[in-house]
Design a protein around this ligand. Structure first.
Ligand SMILES: NC(=O)c1ccc[n+]([C@@H]2O[C@H](COP(=O)([O-])OP(=O)(O)OC[C@H]3O[C@@H](n4cnc5c(N)ncnc54)[C@H](O)[C@@H]3O)[C@@H](O)[C@H]2O)c1
Length: 411
């Protein structure tokens, strides 16, 4: 492929995320040549959007196998959680580079299938964890890499997102979360916070997850929401939800760090990922947008915590170039700009055959936390051992950040 040529993308899954990815793909160095969904009306809608934007109408199909037959330069998979692995395996088997959307898995065997197929075929694989490219996550990573936080000992994060309408609405939209929340009780969406934490802690690159322990609260949020929402009250009246409202998960790492995750999607809440990195010299907290270092700026006895809120802007010089030069259009195209930044780099990896900084070993380790947490909860919150999907290779793999970060030398 000529470097000047645009990357030809097959987009599988044309629901909420497929629609959201669309402008970020088209505004990048890429073309959508094939689209696929189980629903014909979703295919027709996306065909029209692409045509109305002045691009050639893509080939549309209800079977992802037809897309593979067209041999696009890469596949982007934005389907429901339970179908990512099947599509990724088929793509890798045919040598078509594949990127899958985020989500966990209930099945550790699926993670091993991904690893084995990748190791057999060596087909490029990327996990679309956009939060790894987020401005806040990149700032915290850069502070850590520049030594400002000292030795990192603990990280926490959350997926606090009021999804009650999305879950109940599945009765009309066919959204997979409705069945997931009825049938499973686990940390079902760990990677938005765990991905960037794993990158900071060099998981699979000199470090690894050892154990997972999870606990879930009772499940009341959805049933209360359904009772008070006229459009769902009768139709979902008898539905029981297995998924606890708040699931907390602890992970122990081989190099001695611990991680705390919170899944909180069925209670009223403003969106928060709470990405927090704590080290011997300071702490970064995304919720308060603050950096507190052991440098005398604050008096830890006298200053109220609010004094540090929103001070992260004082550290902008630590941001990577992509975030220093981002445009309003790129920010508006989705998730505050991180979708654009991630896809820009993904298409570059594909064109230049670069190593994927979020690879199959990362996907397996992060996705497996869903299954491990489910087992822990089902067995009374006992610790469950994490598989080493690298089969020992993590010991010699070198750390690799998703973007190159500035090195700031202070006099
Ligand atoms: N990174 C992010 O910020 C972000 C945001 C939202 C969703 N997501 C992820 O995107 C994925 C999709 O989520 P969504 O909310 O768009 O769901 P959705 O239900 O709105 O869309 C999924 C689409 O995939 C289609 N589909 C399912 N199985 C298929 C198959 N085998 N072949 C073809 N089409 C198939 C469905 O018909 C549906 O249209 C999930 O993995 C989710 O976690 C990521």
């Amino acid at each position: 492929m000529e470097t000047k040529e645009k990357v030809k993308v097959g987009l599988i899954g044309l629901g909420q995320r497929g629609n959201g990815l669309l402008p970020n793909i088209l505004n990048n160095d890429a073309l959508i040549t094939c689209i696929c969904d189980k629903f014909e009306d979703r295919i027709a809608k996306i065909k029209k959007i692409i045509k109305d934007k002045g691009f050639e109408e893509p080939f549309g199909t209800t079977s992802y196998l037809d897309v593979l037959d067209k041999k696009p330069d890469c596949l982007i998979v934005a389907t429901s959680w339970n179908s990512h692995v099947e599509v990724a395996l088929a793509a890798m088997d045919r040598g078509i580079p594949v990127a899958i959307e985020v989500g966990g898995t209930h099945n550790i065997a699926d993670c091993w299938k991904l690893i084995d197929t990748y190791e057999k075929t060596k087909t490029p694989f990327f996990f679309l964890e956009n939060c790894c490219y987020g401005k806040d996550e990149m700032l915290a990573t850069s502070l850590a890499r520049n030594g400002l936080l000292g030795e990192i000992v603990y990280c926490q994060g959350a997926y606090s997102h009021d999804l009650r309408e999305e879950i109940a609405g599945g009765i009309d939209t066919h959204h997979y979360r409705l069945e997931e929340y009825k049938n499973h009780n686990c940390e079902n969406y760990p990677t938005h916070e765990l991905g960037p934490i794993a990158k900071v802690l060099n998981i699979n690159r000199g470090n690894r997850f050892l154990k997972v322990v999870s606990m879930s609260s009772k499940a009341c949020g959805m049933e209360e929401f359904i009772k008070k929402t006229p459009k769902y009250k009768d139709r979902l009246a008898n539905v029981k939800f297995k998924q606890g409202d708040v699931t907390t998960t602890m992970i122990e790492c081989e190099n001695g760090e611990t991680i705390l995750l919170k899944l909180d999607t069925t209670l009223p809440h403003l969106y928060d990922r709470n990405f927090t990195v704590c080290g011997t010299e300071g702490v970064y907290c995304q919720t308060t947008k603050s950096v507190v270092l052991d440098d005398g700026r604050y008096d830890h006895e006298k200053d109220p915590i609010e004094k540090s809120f929103l001070n992260q802007k004082d550290y902008d010089e630590y941001l990577p170039e992509d975030w220093k030069g981002i445009t309003q259009e790129q920010i508006d195209a989705g998730h505050g700009g991180m979708d654009f930044v991630m896809l820009k780099h993904f298409f570059k990896y594909i064109k230049n055959k670069e190593e994927m900084p979020i690879d199959i070993y990362d996907a397996a380790a992060w996705m497996s936390v869903t299954s491990l947490s489910e087992e822990s909860i089902a067995k009374g919150s006992i610790p469950i051992e994490c598989p080493d999907f690298t089969r020992g290779k993590y010991k010699n793999r070198k750390p690799l950040d998703v973007l190159s970060l500035p090195t700031i030398v202070k006099k």
